[in-house]
Design a protein around this ligand. Structure first.
Ligand code: AMP
Length: 541
């Protein structure tokens, strides 16, 4: 092989911050603080504070390779940690604030976090497990109210701003190379223990460049980016890195995650790219109907994490003039895998068909390869109808889980990652999720897509949310059951009405056997319908 003669330039996260600071020092990071006021500073301030924070980390004894936990909302300190921890050669481990205590202490101990940075507004959640995480050497609190705070935490507790004020602003990055680990994120773990994806500088750098492609999320310097997706959910889908990479302003909602607060921030800060899970945008849509605001400044409402119902995409586009970008990804993929944007050959199709395309999870962005396989592992065609398990590979896809004892069958022998999603792919490369493998309803040997039924039900005007699960059945092995949350603004729908609504849209044997009304669907820590809880509640034999 004749080797190329190009530089072996290391793809590391400090390069992204250096670039952002050099080119866009005046661009801004804005955070809504717990008291509702807006905190602003520039990328130059961010750069300087990251360097100080690297010195703080060294002062706390953090060595390259150590894991440093974060337990926080989306805010400027959390962004500082995104850059400083990797810059100091360590691994930023974002802890999901919505996990149960058992899972949280498991993750902290499994990762062996040496230091945890905590948003003071969330302190009681960590205090509740203080006696189970004895290995943590330091706790650092930010957003501490005036007058200080009392804490039951064992170990050494520090105030972030006091440490920062005493730290030096000169610092030489301690990044040793592009393959060094820089981030750690555990899956929400609806089955078994959570599993950790350990990102490298190289994988996150390439993910940043990959997601900035115009054919992907395509953030640019003109944008004002608001990640509503929490920073503990797959690195806020990489948006803080993407924003700094291209010089977009960042708007961070802090703890203000209520629909009306989000809509207000979008309107007043003129947000152009906002990203979150469907539950968030569903809530905001219904809120906007009661309390109208102009959010047409948005040029891309990015949605992923669960399927965005087609009806909601249509409602956003038709009623609110907001372009929806449906995306799919996984924690194990850093997370971006596919986006659904219209291609030239869709442009002359009727509007209705365009929304059909946008409701798909989309095409793989350059850097991600996909294939579908059957149960024997044989590759299946991309014909838009053949269903199979989706497998992926690429430079920002995990090849193993962090310190997983006993191995795992998620990775194939020929180097692909098994996503656990059952999908179809059209000839032109648009993927549609039918289900998670474990959530499919298998009725009389045939598959019923719970996701499709849910999306159809959520198009009913009296339905706010709907989840479909399999319940055991004597004759058909499994049958679908729908659990429905009615909208507040209307009378609850009757089962017979919902059935009649679905009848013309699906095969008769797909119709759920029952429709149960409830006031809330349980959600996982990352906002997905928690079907494990639903099955425990409704599907016992
Ligand atoms: P997580 O690692 O928590 O982000 O979960 C990844 C899983 O979320 C995927 O394997 C899918 O099952 C699901 N998911 C993510 N995005 C979408 C989407 N746009 N539509 C349907 N399911 C999605």
């Amino acid at each position: 092989m004749l080797s190329g003669l190009m530089m072996n330039y290391q793809l590391t996260i400090d390069r992204i911050l250096e670039h952002g600071n050099r080119l866009y020092p005046y661009k801004q990071v804005k955070t809504k603080l717990p008291d509702g006021t807006l905190h602003k500073y520039s990328y130059r301030d961010l750069f300087r504070r990251v360097k100080r924070l690297c010195n703080v980390l060294e002062g706390l004894g953090v060595q390259p390779g150590d894991r440093v936990g974060t337990f926080a909302w989306n805010n400027s300190q959390h962004v500082e940690l995104y850059f400083a921890v990797p810059g100091a050669g360590a691994v930023v481990h974002t802890l999901n604030i919505r996990l149960f205590t058992d899972q949280l202490s498991y993750i902290i101990n499994h990762a062996e976090d040496k230091v945890i940075f905590i948003d003071a507004t969330l302190l009681p959640l960590i205090e509740g497990l203080a006696d189970r995480i004895g290995g943590v050497e330091h706790f650092v609190l930010f957003n501490v109210p005036h007058g200080g705070i009392e804490t039951k935490l064992l170990g050494r507790v520090h105030d972030y701003e006091t440490l920062m004020a005493a730290a030096d602003e000169e610092y030489t990055w301690r990044v040793e190379g592009e393959n060094q680990a820089m981030g750690l994120c555990y899956t929400s773990g609806t089955t078994g223990h959570p599993k950790g994806s350990l990102y490298s500088h190289r994988s996150m750098y390439l993910h940043t460049v990959g997601s900035c492609q115009a054919a992907a999320v395509g953030v640019t310097e003109n944008d004002v980016v608001m990640p509503v997706v929490p920073q503990f959910h797959a690195m806020a889908w990489g948006l803080p890195y993407a924003a700094v990479n291209v010089g977009a302003d960042l708007v961070l909602p802090g703890p203000h995650m209520q629909p009306s607060a989000l809509a207000e921030m979008i309107e007043t800060e003129r947000v152009t790219v906002a990203a979150g899970v469907p539950t968030i945008w569903n809530g905001m849509y219904h809120d906007l109907k009661q309390n109208p605001r102009d959010i047409s400044c948005i040029r891309a409402l990015v949605v992923g994490g669960s399927a965005m119902p087609r009806s909601l995409i249509e409602a956003y586009e038709k009623e609110l003039h907001v372009n929806v970008v449906h995306a799919w990804g996984m924690t194990e993929m850093s997370p971006l895998g596919t986006v659904s944007k219209l291609l030239t050959h869709h442009m002359d199709r009727p509007q209705d068909q365009q929304w059909d395309v946008k409701a798909r999870q989309g095409y793989p962005i350059s850097g991600v390869e996909m294939r579908i396989v059957n149960e024997e592992g044989r590759e299946l065609p991309w014909d838009g109808t053949t269903m199979g398990e989706l497998q992926v590979r690429g430079p920002w896809v995990a090849r193993a889980y962090y310190r997983l004892d006993g191995g795992d069958d998620s990775f194939t022998e020929d180097g692909w990652f098994r996503t656990g999603d059952v999908v179809t792919i059209t000839e032109d490369g648009f993927m549609t999720i039918t289900d998670r493998t474990k959530d499919l309803v298998k009725s009389g040997g045939e598959w019923i897509s719970s996701v499709e039924l849910e999306n159809l039900l959520m198009a009913h005007p009296q339905v706010l949310e709907a989840a479909v699960i399999a319940v055991p059945h004597e004759r058909w092995q499994e049958r679908p059951l729908a659990v429905v949350v009615p909208t507040l603004a209307s009378e609850p729908p009757r089962a017979v009405e919902l059935r009649r609504f679905l009848e013309p849209q699906v095969a008769s044997w797909w119709l759920p056997d029952d429709f149960l009304l409830t006031d809330q669907i349980p959600k996982t820590g990352t906002g997905k319908f928690d079907k494990k809880v639903l099955r425990e509640r409704y599907a016992r034999t």
